[in-house]
Design a protein around this ligand. Sequence first.
Ligand code: SF4
Length: 432
Amino acid sequence: MRKKEKVSVITLGCSKNTVDSERLMNQLKLNNCKLTDNPEDADTVIINTCGFIEDAKKESINTILNAVSLKESGSINRVIVAGCLSERYSSDLSKEIPEVDVFFGTENYEGIIKELGGELKYELLGERVLSTPSHTAYLKISEGCDHPCSFCAIPLMRGKHKSIPIENLVKEAEFLARNNTKELVIIGQDTTDYGKDIYSKQNIAELLNELSKINGIEWIRLMYAYPSHFPDDLIRVIRDNPKVVPYIDIPLQHVSDDVLKSMRRGISSRRTKSLIKKLRNEIPELVLRTTFIVGYPAETENHFEELCDFIQDFKFDRVGVFTFSVEENTTSFLLGDPVSKKQKEFRKQKLMEIQQEISLEKNKGMIGKQLKLLVESIEGDYYVARSYRDAPEVDGEVLIPRGKQKLKLGNFYMGSIYDCNEFDLFANLECK
Ligand code: SF4
């Protein structure tokens, strides 16, 4: 290995890829590499790709082609491609883009480090170079998925569900806490499935309790829960453990029985609704984030209206909407793509408009309330913060007028909400 190989790691896709890149970057540093954020300044560019849906695949391929043109211009020596797109299409990609030096699949840290002439430090795989602000970090508790959702290609790229043992995750979280992390954002493909493979039971509740014992960790936030088998002990932990914030991200994808059945989600409309009611009844101040897919082949106008009514009636706090993307080798591939692009965009827009009104109503309900705020950055005349109601990167923010006050980024402050819009809240800090 040339002394101090300069390496730029480009991460695309989801927070799970972010964690993979952070682990890889730490291993590169341990193997005497110098990390750079500027690909043009690197000897080697590593692209951790996403292969989830059409748009993501296009972005990954464009990023690869940009790196290849840097190599052809002589400003870099090597292009390494890894991650989901590579896991799924490496044989096609190596034919179409032969300028790439080597393709690796997902989580192949050893292969990449060896390619750079180094040696993987297994015992330090839980240590990471964070790409998020140090006060908040994703904790990936499992990889892969056992669900047969008809539209989803993730199991094709990430394989079957694999949980990471509690002791490894506690060690990783302790490393993060030593590095000033205060918020752990719990991620996986299905976090409610945690432990079933290594502990023969869903063990997410115990994991969250163990993580909450770590000094310095103040917020634990659960993302990517699955609706069909939500554990009761998890409800109790979210309700009773003060460090586990009353916030659940639970992608539902749809609500019509016909569509849920065709999507192979393993849950009915009735059970979906009763779960949401139960979560709200049992967890005070609960904030619910969910995502829906519109334009799925089996979705008729009536099914879509049913979804609009559901969102209107159940009033989620946060909603993301995706348009259906045809994915080969998934079971929905055989259904084709009968809903036009124009119709998909129309349905997405309509759902977002419904949600915007709901979000404004909910934000108005926060005026006059006190919230614990994690101050993260400065934008113009405001400090930008988040409350327990806001997951990083996907939800709203709380804006605090800067005035003359000097706040420490990454610290918590108590704020009083005095205004809002449909996305964000405005707060003044409580006088000490
Ligand atoms: S739960 Fe379904 S949608 Fe989510 S990763 Fe697994 S197969 Fe894909």
